[in-house]
Design a protein around this ligand. Sequence first.
Ligand SMILES: Nc1ncnc2c1ncn2[C@@H]1O[C@H](COP(=O)(O)OP(=O)(O)OP(=O)(O)O)[C@@H](O)[C@H]1O
Ligand SMILES: [Mg+2]
Length: 299
Amino acid sequence: MKNIFSHQLITLRRRKKLSQNDLARKLYVSRQSISKWENGENEPGIDKLITLSEILGVSLDFLILGKDNMNDLILKISGLTKAFAQPVLNGIDLNIYGKDRIALLGSNGAGKSTLVKVIYGELQPDTGRVASYINNKDDLNVMTQDDVLMEDLKVIEQVQLAALIDKVYSEEFIEQLIRKFRLEKQKNTFVGKLSGGQKRRLSLLLTLLRDSKLLILDEPTVGMDLESIDFFWRYLDHVGGCVITITHDFNQIDKYFSRVLLLKDGKIMQDVSVDKIHSHNQTIEQWYRQFNNEEEHVK
Ligand SMILES: Nc1ncnc2c1ncn2[C@@H]1O[C@H](COP(=O)(O)OP(=O)(O)OP(=O)(O)O)[C@@H](O)[C@H]1O
Ligand SMILES: [Mg+2]
């Protein structure tokens, strides 16, 4: 395990913006011990490995082997139905795996937000169930379609608060993220006074503070300017774990997803791999237009 573990430790420690000293303090070991682990001269015992994986926010597998078992089933959705005044979800069956990067597509009102709300537990289904094999409290990050922000806090305070809640608080880390998400000038602005796009960027920042096994993004790029949209997609490419993104922004999504779901008439009408779409020389947008319309003609 030596080489992979050493490499993982250095990478993950830097990603968390922790110095060897910071990490040593958190683990109650000397800085020299951390240095030896990183040089591959020595290895920590299992209790320290477990604490390390918690501090670094990754699974033990990932810390030691450099990969999670990505083929693991993380959600099993069976026979899901949900109606408001009208039926919205009419029997959804779906298996979602740790490696999936899913674009959830469908027209306005198709039920995409309803489906993810049932997945992350904001809504109860009428029938059927969602079996989750992850810990929703620690392993799930959600960015909802509407920004859920505290309007009376300053941007910096909102980020600090969320970082404390997510147990990733570090001044340096927070400053870096605010810079990355281009909110530096608005640091001391009240959240309620931000523009729509700035609020969206702040929501995204808060959602991505910690790593997760499942990341759900409901129309993340709406209202963002072009630079922010480009930044978002590039950033998303480096996010680990399963991602389910609802989007109508077809411009550059072909690079970022492995699987596409089309929700129509309350059902998953299509569930295909992006490789398959590309093997037919189609972009996701062309595929979507074809299938979303095709079903319309059939009706
Ligand atoms: N809380 C609610 N009460 C009543 N009806 C609702 C509620 N939430 C959603 N609906 C209805 O359910 C249907 C699906 O809504 P949903 O928000 O899931 O669609 P969507 O696919 O996310 O659409 P969009 O692309 O516009 O975000 C719509 O007809 C909507 O009016
Ligand atoms: Mg929606």
